[in-house]
Write a protein that binds this ligand. Structure first.
Ligand SMILES: [Fe+2]
Length: 231
């Protein structure tokens, strides 16, 4: 489905220029060098947006759909390098990188929407999860618009989505076989970081509910995979 059909079907308010810009973001993802982060990741997020929408009634549709379509364009241009320093750099820099690429490509739409979308994209990286919960609440109150919170909820749900995991296996299995040390990086990332993810990282009740529904099955499958692929 294209963005024009998706927005008409779901009564989303986007101008022709905004739809064209969303399509441009999707094109980046369709041609993504990072085949784990490609257009199916974006379209699943758009579908999940329709589920969370009721709790995000005040969001600007254009800002939301634009930030979903463009949030991973930085990753789409990165060639694979099996080094920890590169892995860590990309984790930190991807929000800034995608926001810059979006801003350069978005001259045809209003400046207010460009800024709002770019900031949501910039802040979709969850560096705040290292903070205590009380500080995270202050950070969110100070910096996160409704669109930015929605994008965070959607992307965090993807990180424990089974289809996303299946795609991860397809892309990463040959890499882990070729570079066993790269599997150590992912084991660390999963067991020291991701596995501690709690429903408190989500802002909306619907996202917390979806997380609760999928996390046990996701963890079982992810852990079976990480153990099996290294043998
Ligand atoms: Fe993403």
């Amino acid at each position: 489905m294209d963005i024009s059909t998706f927005s008409k079907k779901n009564d989303l308010v986007l101008t022709a220029d905004e739809i064209a810009l969303c399509e441009k973001g999707i094109k980046f993802m369709r041609n993504s060098l990072d085949r784990h982060h490609e257009e199916t990741h974006i379209f699943r997020m758009l579908d999940t947006f329709l589920i969370l929408e009721r709790e995000y009634m005040s969001v600007d549709h254009a800002v939301t759909v634009l930030s979903i379509c463009w949030h991973d364009v930085w990753k789409s241009r990165r060639i694979f390098i099996p080094k920890k320093v590169r892995f860590m750099f990309d984790q930190v820099f991807e929000g800034i990188g995608s926001a810059i690429i979006f801003f350069k490509n978005s001259k045809g739409i209003s400046l207010r929407k460009r800024f709002k979308s770019a900031i949501a994209i910039l802040l979709h990286v969850r560096l705040d999860v290292v903070l205590p919960r009380s500080l995270r609440k202050i950070y969110a109150a100070l910096f996160l618009s409704q669109e930015a919170r929605l994008l965070q909820d959607l992307d965090a749900l993807e990180s424990c989505n089974l289809e996303f995991l299946e795609n991860f296996k397809k892309v990463y299995t040959p890499r882990f076989k070729k570079y066993p040390e790269f599997l150590d990086i992912w084991n660390d990332y999963y067991y020291k970081g991701f596995r501690n993810m709690k429903e408190t990282v989500f802002y909306s009740k619907s996202a917390k509910r979806i997380f609760r529904d999928q996390i046990d099955k996701f963890q079982t499958e992810a852990e079976q995979y990480l153990k099996g692929v290294g043998e």
